[in-house]
Design a protein. Structure first.
Length: 314
């Protein structure tokens, strides 16, 4: 009997009680049943949900042996959930997707076809529109991609989603990067391998609300910049050098003026403005350095990326 390729589908879940039945039904109709030439395992990661997500996962696992779940002891974040899913995936092909159906399940068939026919190791997706997304959020997202592509050696694709299908070798390479603060969009690009991109229009959530607020996305963007670029440190050094040079020039000018016209009392407002400006820059530079030091501090502690509480994965 010919061996069927195993496809592992990793799906992080946080407070998705209402969404999970819809997700499973969609996967059953659009993926599991039509693609009978493959074996599947659905690896659902409960990222410390506070609603009834875990009971729903238990029920789905009892209903279908292909459903595997792993529950964290608390909320560790989507990045940790994806890492846990990849670590527990056993498939020849590994897919990462969200359970809100913004990642169209029907694209999985196309991904597997591309991996089977084309000389590529990964099939990734990107949104070509941001329909339904607040305009200010879209503007900041585009600005983030422009900035990070200028300051990082790693290429970032505008509109890239975590939704992608990988060969086993790619998933193993991603797992080798055991960093505590993870930015998967960058990690997927950093490991390399031949990647084919599929484009699609934005799809709104089928149920529930997004867990990504504007400020969470802003912190995530900072995480990406700090993880994949040291440019902020170089910028602080450059600005500090320029300010020091200007201060030296200003000192020489004041000495010359004092020698020629005497030493009039300097204006208090200008002195205060210069002091506040320099103090603000010093604090900004310390903050930038602190971001890098904090990540070094957390990494050397060697804390686990996640803590498992319950699972049916054997």
């Amino acid at each position: 009997m010919q061996h069927k390729p195993l496809v592992s589908i990793v799906c992080p879940c946080y407070n998705e009680e209402a969404m999970l039945p819809l997700y499973y039904e969609a996967m059953q109709k659009r993926v599991l049943t039509p693609l009978a030439e493959y074996d599947f395992e659905l690896i659902l990661i409960n990222d410390g949900s506070k609603d009834g997500t875990l009971p729903v996962l238990r029920a789905l696992a009892q209903q279908d042996e292909r459903v595997k779940y792993l529950s964290f002891s608390r909320n560790f974040g989507k990045e940790a959930a994806m890492y846990a899913g990849l670590k527990n995936a056993k498939g020849d092909f590994v897919c990462v997707m969200d359970c809100d159906l913004q990642d169209p399940p029907e694209m999985i068939a196309n991904m597997l076809e591309r991996l089977g026919k084309e000389d590529c190791d990964c099939v990734a997706t990107r949104r070509v529109t941001r329909k339904g997304e607040p305009k200010i959020r879209s503007a900041f997202a585009r600005a983030f991609y422009r900035v990070i592509n200028r300051i990082s050696d790693t290429e970032f694709v505008d509109g890239a989603r975590d939704f992608r299908m990988m060969r086993r070798c790619v998933a193993d390479a991603v797992l080798e990067l055991g960093e505590y603060h993870r930015f998967s969009k960058g990690i997927f690009m950093w490991v390399g391998f031949d990647t084919v991109w599929l484009e699609y229009e934005n799809v709104e959530r089928a149920a529930g609300e997004t867990k990504w607020s504007f400020w969470k996305l802003a912190r995530y963007a900072i995480e990406g910049i700090v993880s994949f670029s040291t440019a902020p440190l170089r910028i602080a050094t450059a600005v500090g050098s320029i300010v020091s040079a200007l201060a030296l020039i200003y000192m020489v000018i004041r000495v010359v003026i004092a020698m020629i016209w005497g030493n009039p009392v300097a204006g208090y407002p200008s002195l205060l403005a210069i002091t506040l400006c320099l103090g603000g820059f010093i604090l900004l530079a310390l903050g930038i350095i602190g971001e890098y030091v904090a990540r070094t501090y957390m990494q050397v502690k060697q804390r686990p990326i996640y803590i498992q509480k319950e699972t049916n994965i054997r």
